[in-house]
Design a protein around this ligand. Sequence first.
Ligand SMILES: [Zn+2]
Length: 138
Amino acid sequence: MAKKTKKKPIKRVAESGVLELWRKVVIMRANGQCEYPNCTVNFTQLHPHHYYSRGNKSVKYDPLNGICFCHQHHTNGKEAAHLDPDFKEKWLASGKRPEGWLEELTRRKNQIAKDNDELRGYWKEKLKEELERLEGEK
Ligand SMILES: [Zn+2]
């Protein structure tokens, strides 16, 4: 009798858990500070922002695509990333990311990815490693 080949069971990985790890990494990497150039807002909350919209699955969980902002620079103020049409230009001119950052991020963004358990599982592990590395740096 032919042996039945068992399919490897797919491990479910929830989107919310991976995004939570992504948020932690982005905030910790920024030392809990708003990364907007010369931010002087006395903020109470930090909002990790996706430079390329999270609709781009390939960089949805990629910390390279994350920027840590206060609420005012994320969604509330006139300079907010989501409101200011010149935001990307200002951000790029700020020098807050090393040279080549946008090129590498754009290269990754242009890769095709499906937001499935495999992708989330991959990023879950990568983000955990990154979190450990950042914690070790403190
Ligand atoms: Zn700010």
